[in-house]
Design a protein around this ligand. Structure first.
Ligand code: PEP
Ligand code: MN
Length: 246
């Protein structure tokens, strides 16, 4: 395990310029250097908040220029890729619902061809190791070399304490097959509630994950998406300080 884990934090969604700036400022003060925020949100049901879209990019550019942070957004279509590259984002992530769809992954991978932007590939929503491998291979085949895998847990029908049980064995098998790939854990989407997050972070580090991607919001209870799982920057810093980094 790397002694200083890679840390990515920020809100589920960019909501307003004030929310982005106040969250990012607080996270920067806690030493976070990579800021996440969804601009387009792949919601399970229509009618939920589906992201602010491109009007959020100037806010993320302020985060880059005024706070010196890198920014990362989710892309799910070639149109998203084009807009995100034009806006100068530093990295992109592929969400779980996109990783489950080879047509979508192929289209996004082709849109990224010729760039060397780092791409984080979340596991597909269903527990299918081959589908996750396939998504990573589609990016490799388009010449994308800076790839990272992210475990965000898997959907299941039974009720469990987790929103998306981690099924660590699947991630460890992917790691065994692709040992050169950096591997992050997203405890926020695994847990679905903030009280479970510290334990899952520690388990991930104990299992040798290279870092964490965690949702953080300046006013989590008022968040427009994933309110129950977001942490204030202060709570996040307390959790990070409590972790035993082997
Ligand atoms: C997110 O990171 O906010 C998100 C939508 O994640 P996932 O694709 O893991 O559900
Ligand atoms: Mn989210």
């Amino acid at each position: 395990m790397n002694t200083s884990p890679i840390l990515i934090a920020g809100p589920c969604s960019a909501e307003t310029e004030e929310q982005v700036m106040s969250t990012a400022t607080a996270l920067a003060r806690q030493g976070i250097t990579i800021f996440r925020a969804g601009i387009w949100k792949p919601r399970t049901r229509p009618g939920c908040f589906e992201g602010v879209g491109i009007k959020g990019f100037p806010w993320l550019q302020r985060v880059q220029h005024e706070l010196g942070m890198e920014v990362i957004v989710e892309v799910g279509t070639p149109h998203h890729v084009e807009a995100a590259l034009k806006a100068g984002v530093d990295r992109v992530w592929i969400g779980a619902r996109t990783s489950s769809n080879p047509f979508a992954v192929q289209a996004v991978a082709e849109a990224l061809r010729g760039t060397d932007i780092p791409v984080l590939v979340k596991n597909p929503i269903n527990p299918d190791l081959e589908l996750w491998m396939g998504a990573i291979e589609r990016f490799k085949r388009q010449g994308i070399t800076r790839l990272t895998a992210v475990l965000r847990g898997f959907s299941c029908y039974e009720k469990t304490i987790y929103r998306n049980p981690p099924l660590w064995d699947i991630a460890l098998e992917l790691r065994r097959r692709l040992p050169e790939l950096p591997f992050l854990c997203d405890p926020s989407h695994i847990c679905g509630r903030r009280d479970l997050i510290p334990d899952v972070c520690q388990q991930a580090l104990n299992l040798g994950f290279d870092g964490l991607m965690i949702e953080s919001h300046c006013a989590p209870d008022e968040a427009w998406s994933d309110a129950a799982q977001q942490l204030t920057p202060k709570a996040l810093a307390e959790i990070l300080a409590s972790l035993n980094i082997a």
